[in-house]
Design a protein around this ligand. Structure first.
Ligand code: SAH
Length: 511
């Protein structure tokens, strides 16, 4: 049996961009992923299909698996010869118990690797506009825990030492015990006017900051119902925030936006929204899959004969992808496509063709499938007796086939893919949407609307709806939802712009 290994990986504070490249690799190759409450669930998308996901929990008091159990699990899985990736919030060795887990792995003879991560102790302040060190303010940084080991009878925090240490002090854990901690610090000689900032869910879409002083922060936190997880920063560097607060100024800061596209297609849109400060909830409502049964057989046969057609028409990037995936399964040489010419419905489809090094010979002026026959006739005259292959989506409108057949073309239109509702919810997005709601929900096609409804979900009144274009809006209206805004240009940047406009209009909002 091959030897397993355990990667103890720091997942960073939450923003997926703050995961290291090595950390991402470890997720991609893992057979088993053991993850925590604090690590961002979006990372799980990087896992290979079929990887086992184990939630190890870690809300204080409420451990899903007790620490001993986690260690045993890591050892057991690695001993089965598996690649185990243990994801931990922030850095695994900064109040992360990575050291303890590694000791057990070593004792059991299981190889391990530490993959450091960006600790919330540094990133939290940074995203709140607070440099933890600054030459005008300090030359020392202390990181301490406000959490007591439950087995200790006396306090494990040396208040005297912390109160009198010069420079910036960053506290992890312990927001729940702020009144005791701050009063003990003042008693031990800390300056009660020293600025303090608390940063909650730092670097994520739920990021929030409050500020006060050692004397006032506990009361402010209570009033604002400011709960864990939060980082506390003590020091005059907190004042830099007035000038350097960059993250919280973004236009969608503190707003949750739901993306309903397929998992495979969501990332570009999510990235654009995150850059605007949004808390993006990827909740795919549809997925694209291979044709099945007779459809699959027919598609494979047609792809094998692709070189015999005069034209191939592509009406979506998905069709391009499925066609070439099937094509290169049976062909090793790109020239096997022969001399056929290629039509694309619009720029998105043409761009996908370009990825396969295929040029587009024909594109209609209006980017709808039904406009293709006219474009043909205008450019090339009659299509009579022209052999055409149109790999299409299952259930696609058949106006295009009708028009081409009527014009005398010899058409084959096999099913290249089908769109089905996404029932998998590995990141718990559906649950979060139901429990916590969202400020905005976006739909990128009529099928995302249908997939959403097929999941038995509904859109609450306080959630504004953005639609990518007229067909999607019509699907919403048909189902009793009025889109609050339709994108001016029917593409992802247009839809993101629509969300931004909605955010400007929004009369409500707590911030
Ligand atoms: N290893 C982690 C810390 C684990 S201890 C790290 O290096 O960041 C858990 C504590 O970390 C929480 O109680 C909180 O104080 C802090 N923390 C972790 N992620 C956080 C986040 N995104 N925002 C604010 N605090 C966070």
């Amino acid at each position: 049996m091959s030897q397993g290994i355990c990667y103890l990986v720091g997942a960073g504070p939450g923003d997926p961009g703050l995961m290291t490249l090595r950390g991402k690799e470890c997720i991609e190759i893992a057979d088993v992923i053991v993850y925590d409450y604090l690590s961002n669930a979006e990372f799980l998308h990087w896992a290979k299909p079929g990887a086992e996901m184990i939630y190890a929990g870690k809300k204080s008091k409420n451990h899903a698996i007790p620490q001993g159990g986690i260690n045993e699990l890591l050892v057991e899985k690695a001993k089965e010869g598996k690649i185990v990736t243990r994801l931990k919030g922030g850095d695994p060795l900064v109040f992360g118990r990575g050291g303890e887990e590694a000791e057990e792995l070593r004792e059991a003879g299981v190889p391990f690797e530490f993959v450091p991560g960006i600790s919330s102790s540094i990133a939290g302040p940074a995203y709140a506009g607070i440099p933890v060190t600054h030459r005008d303010h300090c030359s020392q940084l202390t990181i301490f825990t406000g959490h007591e080991r439950p087995d200790k009878e006396t306090s494990s925090i040396d208040y005297e030492q912390i109160a009198n240490a010069p420079g910036t002090k960053v506290m992890l854990m312990g927001v729940e015990r702020l009144p005791l901690i701050t009063s003990s610090l003042i008693e031990a000689g800390a300056d009660s006017d020293l600025p303090v900032a608390l940063v909650r869910w730092a670097t994520t879409g739920q990021h929030r900051t409050i500020t006060g002083t050692v004397a006032t922060i506990a009361e402010i936190a209570e009033r604002e119902e400011f709960k864990a997880p939060a980082v506390a920063v003590f020091g005059t560097v907190v004042n830099c925030r007035e000038n350097l607060n960059w993250f919280e100024e973004r236009p969608l800061s503190g707003k949750r936006v739901v993306v309903t596209r397929t998992r495979a297609q969501a990332s570009k849109m999510s990235r654009m929204l995150r850059e605007l400060g949004a808390d993006v909830l990827e909740m795919p409502t549809i997925k694209i899959q291979q044709p099945s049964g007779d459809d699959a057989r027919e598609f494979a046969e047609t792809v094998a004969d692709a070189h015999t057609y005069d034209w191939i028409i592509f009406t979506s990037p998905n069709a391009v992808e499925h066609f070439f995936e099937a094509f290169y399964k049976i062909r090793e040489d790109a020239r096997a496509i022969g001399g056929c010419r290629i039509a694309a419905v619009g720029p998105g489809t043409a761009a996908k063709l370009k990825e396969y090094r295929m040029a587009t010979d024909l594109m209609p002026e209006t980017h709808v499938a039904d406009a293709i026959p006219e474009a043909f006739e205008k450019e090339f005259g009659s299509v009579e007796n022209t052999t055409i292959l149109w790999p299409r989506a299952k259930g696609a409108r058949d106006t295009l086939s009708k028009k081409l057949n009527e014009a005398g073309a010899i058409l084959d239109d096999p099913v290249a893919y089908e769109t089905v509702p996404e029932t998998d919810d590995p990141t718990g997005a559906v649950k979060r949407f139901q429990e916590e709601g969202a400020d905005f929900i976006t739909f990128t096609s009529a099928s995302t609307v249908e997939g959403f409804l097929d999941l038995g979900l509904s859109i609450p009144d306080e959630t504004a709806i953005a639609s990518i274009g007229p067909v999607t809006s019509a699907a919403l209206v048909e189902n009793g939802y009025d889109p609050d805004r339709e994108a001016e240009s029917s593409d992802i940047p247009g839809l993101v712009a629509a969300v931004l406009e909605l955010a400007k209009e929004e009369p409500f909002g707590e911030d």
